[in-house]
Design a protein around this ligand. Structure first.
Ligand SMILES: *[C@@H]1O[C@H](CO)[C@@H](O)[C@H](O)[C@H]1NC(C)=O
Ligand SMILES: *[C@@H]1O[C@H](CO)[C@@H](O)[C@H](O)[C@H]1NC(C)=O
Ligand SMILES: *[C@@H]1O[C@H](CO)[C@@H](O)[C@H](O)[C@H]1NC(C)=O
Ligand SMILES: *[C@@H]1O[C@H](CO)[C@@H](O)[C@H](O)[C@H]1NC(C)=O
Ligand SMILES: *[C@@H]1O[C@H](CO)[C@@H](O)[C@H](O)[C@H]1NC(C)=O
Ligand SMILES: *[C@@H]1O[C@H](CO)[C@@H](O)[C@H](O)[C@H]1NC(C)=O
Length: 395
């Protein structure tokens, strides 16, 4: 009897449980938001102690958050990578930090027994990737990977040096990829899961002036059982400077390195038309057999920008499907929730989180279901970037 009751109470009482979201803002703040049936509210906000918190990596199983620091203006300074634990109500407690090189813009967990033994950081401004053993303790990085430019890039302002923009782990957990906007390359590293050591594999060069920023993997449903082989896996890369998406077939030559073979290039716009002047691709996400990008500054839904939906065919090729509003300016960040029925969009220049409905069957993005201004404020005279840079669901 008692057991039945205790099972029933959470079923009824907890059916409409609120979802927790977190945002990072260049004003130096992390905010905890709550979303429940069309109501998006601020629970709390605090300074992280960093100069420019720039990204959030959430560990759902371990209930932890990691935030890198983009601090870069003073070349003699460092960044600080911080970790928080998350309690049952979503409240945060700082658990550790370590100094890092400057310019941290993204992190990813990798290696160890559960894929969460180590953390890698992409450093845009120092052309490096740094790695640390977890839990975080102040000290030297486990490893620093330094990148150099082969020759001048197409964009003299953004491609004067290598600029690692994201670090991501492939579906097998054996390789760590680095999208390098400055050198038009995707760097590939083999992971030693036990030691966390990365070994460089040959990099893949994308087209001149592409500007690879962020990327996402897709694995066909039919190859899930043979995931170790990763058969049919595709990597979709959002190229910021050229406003294109490149689809790369992923293969695993026996005992070798992960290999990328270009299969497709398309734009985020209907009929493969070019991006409007001033647009720049932001985030890219896969959900089931759909791919999405955010299109910053394209003003497709004036005054707002847009998100593109693409449909992924069984062979991994993508087709443009829809363009919808970002309900704000410069959608730098967006993430789809676990159930797939809502998308949280982080609009950098309008400092708001917009939540839109998502149809789990068609993948279509629909009406605005929540909107909250997450104020900094950022100091516009600091020479630093400003605004809301990240939103994530913590589920
Ligand atoms: C959710 O919100 C809508 C409109 O805001 C309301 O009509 C509905 O009754 C609410 N549902 C619950 C379960 O609170
Ligand atoms: C890093 O940890 C040290 C020692 O606990 C603490 O004094 C410092 O405030 C922390 N820095 C940040 C940015 O959390
Ligand atoms: C990478 O660069 C740092 C200086 O930023 C240097 O201390 C380190 O030795 C370099 N590492 C390698 C492997 O070249
Ligand atoms: C779509 O546009 C891209 C970028 O301009 C181009 O590289 C690609 O070949 C085009 N694809 C098709 C099918 O026309
Ligand atoms: C992949 O599938 C799509 C949609 O079915 C088709 O149009 C395309 O030709 C296929 N591409 C290849 C390389 O087989
Ligand atoms: C979101 O809320 C802010 C502040 O209330 C408002 O200025 C803005 O227009 C809203 N955005 C949308 C898309 O409704």
């Amino acid at each position: 009897m008692l057991l039945t009751q205790s099972l029933l109470i959470p079923l009824f009482g907890g059916a409409a449980a609120a979802a927790n979201l977190y945002t990072a803002h260049y004003s130096g703040t992390i905010s905890h938001l709550s979303f429940n049936n069309n109501s998006l509210t601020l629970v709390s906000a605090e300074k992280t102690g960093q100069t420019l918190p720039s990204w959030i990596t959430y560990d759902a199983a371990g209930k932890k958050l990691y935030i890198p620091d983009e601090n870069f203006v003073d070349p003699t300074s460092n960044g600080v990578l911080v970790s928080y634990s998350v309690d049952a109500n979503g409240a945060l407690t700082k658990t550790g930090n370590t100094t890092t090189p400057r310019g941290g813009v993204a992190t990813v967990l990798y290696g160890g027994k559960d894929g969460k033994g180590f953390i890698a950081n992409a450093h845009y401004h120092t052309a490096q990737v740094s790695t640390y053993k977890l839990p975080l303790k102040d000290g030297k990085p486990l490893q620093l990977l330094n990148y150099t430019l082969d020759g001048p890039g197409a964009d003299p302002d953004r491609q004067e040096a290598p600029h690692p923009h994201q670090v991501l782990v492939d579906p097998t957990g054996n390789f760590l990829l680095v999208t390098d906007l400055g050198s038009d390359k995707i760097h590939i590293n083999k992971i030693d899961k036990k030691s966390g050591k990365l070994t460089k594999c040959p990099s893949t060069t994308t087209f001149y002036g592409a500007g690879p920023r962020h990327a996402a993997f897709w694995t066909p449903a039919c190859s899930k059982s043979s995931l170790a082989q990763g058969k049919g896996t595709v990597l979709y890369v959002a190229n910021e400077l050229s406003n294109t998406v490149t689809g790369w077939s992923v293969s695993y030559p026996h005992e070798g390195c992960l290999k990328l073979t270009q299969k497709q290039i398309i734009t985020p716009y209907k009929g493969n038309s070019s991006a409007p002047e001033g647009a720049s691709l932001g985030e890219i996400r896969v959900q089931g057999n759909f791919l999405y990008t955010s299109n910053r500054g394209d003003q497709s839904f004036q005054p707002y920008d847009s998100l593109t939906q693409y449909t992924i065919a069984a062979n991994g090729s993508i087709a443009w499907t829809d363009l919808t509003s970002s309900y704000g300016l410069l959608p730098r960040s967006f993430e789809i929730n676990k159930a797939g029925d809502y998308v949280a969009i982080g609009d950098q220049n309008s400092d708001n989180v917009a939540i839109v409905k998502r149809d789990t069957t068609t993948g279509k993005l629909g009406a605005l279901a929540g909107n909250l201004t997450v104020t900094g404020p950022s100091d516009p005279n600091s020479g630093n970037p400003v605004g809301l840079n990240t939103v994530i669901w913590a589920e």
